[in-house]
Design a protein around this ligand. Structure first.
Ligand SMILES: Nc1ncnc2c1ncn2[C@@H]1O[C@H](COP(=O)(O)OP(=O)(O)OP(=O)(O)O)[C@@H](O)[C@H]1O
Ligand SMILES: [Mg+2]
Length: 380
């Protein structure tokens, strides 16, 4: 007879950056990245730009990619964009840190042959770039052939441009340095760079005339995950934790998550709690319903509120004027009329809110909220 599984702790992790029990629907990206590591210097997956809205799983995906790189014997250097990132990278690589800090050099100045001619008029902290390059080559001497260094940068949209330029330049130079060596591609030391950030950063990055190198990066835009995959993940995670959930209940919960990764964890967490509070080992439909409500409120606080507060007051006015139509879409001219503003005011803020991924244009002058629960939040 099979022993009854003991009940474990709640497996769901509705917390920013916390690895979920099952990483749903990111298999393709993981395969692209792993292929990049295996296929040697020049493989596409070694240079990746990951974009996604808040709560779509950028940070946990970076964690997973770093875990994979380490399993292949690579060294990983993980950074969250904030001033001083380059210095921290150099230190993480075991370098002594920059000899000159805080000095932006005129790119026309030639340092060790890495002149800023290609860097145009921008002012770049070249010492950081050189220090990263030097520190990386020193590390390579102690690493197995074929392995390399993975750099990940989270919250790239908040990075200083000169620091990104320094990192990208260093990565390019390390690749070029390795190309000059006399070993086979399979034996060369590699370097991989994965940048993650909000979708707004993408266009800036790939259109930047200095960061042209990033135009060749593999772009991965994180969208919602598939409902059937969420259902399967719920069933497995719940079973692993010693509880049970039926097919219908798991599907209802997966639908309630809308495939939004953060909501997947919230709904999972609350349905599990709800069953345990009843001292039951089975998650029932009533638990799923209660969880959907609790998850909605938590989502409004954690995602809708900060997204809304981060907008300009004109953008907020636009969104608020849409609320009385919700859950139906709004007409842009009508939004302008309610706000007592012109049509051109409305079309300007329509554009800016679409770019911020707060609303979606439906054609025919109609718009609707693009973030789940934003309508509930604004009518609350
Ligand atoms: N693929 C996934 N499957 C299931 N849950 C996921 C997945 N990706 C992320 N999550 C969960 O979603 C939540 C948000 O993940 P994460 O913090 O990585 O998002 P993010 O995109 O970095 O958000 P932010 O922009 O706010 O930093 C976490 O609770 C995490 O466990
Ligand atoms: Mg994050």
């Amino acid at each position: 007879m099979r022993a009854k599984a003991t009940i474990q702790a709640n497996p769901f992790k509705p917390t920013a950056g916390k690895m979920p029990p099952i990483l749903v629907g990111r298999e393709d990206i993981i395969v692209d990245f792993s292929d990049g590591l295996v296929n040697g210097a020049g493989a596409p997956g070694r240079l990746m730009l990951i974009s996604g809205q808040r709560g779509f799983g950028k940070t946990v995906l970076l964690t997973e990619l770093a875990r994979i790189a380490e399993a292949y014997g690579w060294l990983t250097v993980r950074e969250t964009a904030a001033q001083g990132m380059c210095d921290r990278i150099v230190r993480a690589l075991g370098g002594t840190g920059p000899h000159v800090t805080g000095v932006d050099l005129d790119p026309s100045v030639d340092i060790a042959g890495v002149a800023g001619a290609r860097l145009g008029r921008v002012s770049v902290s070249l010492p950081s770039s050189l220090d990263i390059r030097d520190a990386a080559s020193r590390r390579f001497r102690h690493m197995r052939p074929g392995t390399g260094i993975l750099f990940t940068v989270d919250e790239t949209q908040a990075a200083r441009r000169d620091e990104l330029v320094a990192i990208a330049t260093a990565v390019q130079h390390v690749i070029a340095d390795q190309d000059m060596t006399n070993v086979s591609d399979a034996e060369k030391h590699g370097v991989a760079l994965v940048l993650a950030g909000l979708p707004s950063m993408m266009d800036d990055l790939v259109n930047d005339e200095v960061l042209t190198f990033l135009r060749r990066a593999m772009r991965q835009d994180l969208g919602p995950v598939m409902v059937p995959d969420v259902r399967n993940a719920y069933q497995q995670s719940v079973a692993d934790s010693g509880l049970h959930i039926g097919d219908e209940e798991a599907l209802a919960a997966a639908r309630a998550s809308l495939g939004y990764p953060y909501l997947v964890q919230l709904v999972g967490y609350y349905m599990w709690q709800s069953a345990r509070r009843r001292k039951s080992g089975v998650i029932e439909m009533a638990d799923v319903e209660r969880a959907t409500q609790d998850a909605g409120i938590a989502f409004q606080d954690a995602v809708c509120a900060p997204a809304y507060k981060g907008l300009t007051s004109a953008q907020r006015t636009f969104l608020t004027m849409m609320a009385q139509d919700w859950p139906n879409p709004s007409n842009v001219s009508e939004v302008a009329r309610r706000a007592g503003r012109s049509r051109s005011w409305a079309s300007k803020y329509r554009e800016s809110l679409i770019r911020a991924h707060m609303i979606e244009g439906l054609g025919d002058g109609l718009v609707e909220y693009a973030i789940p629960y934003l309508g509930e939040y604004l009518t609350r």
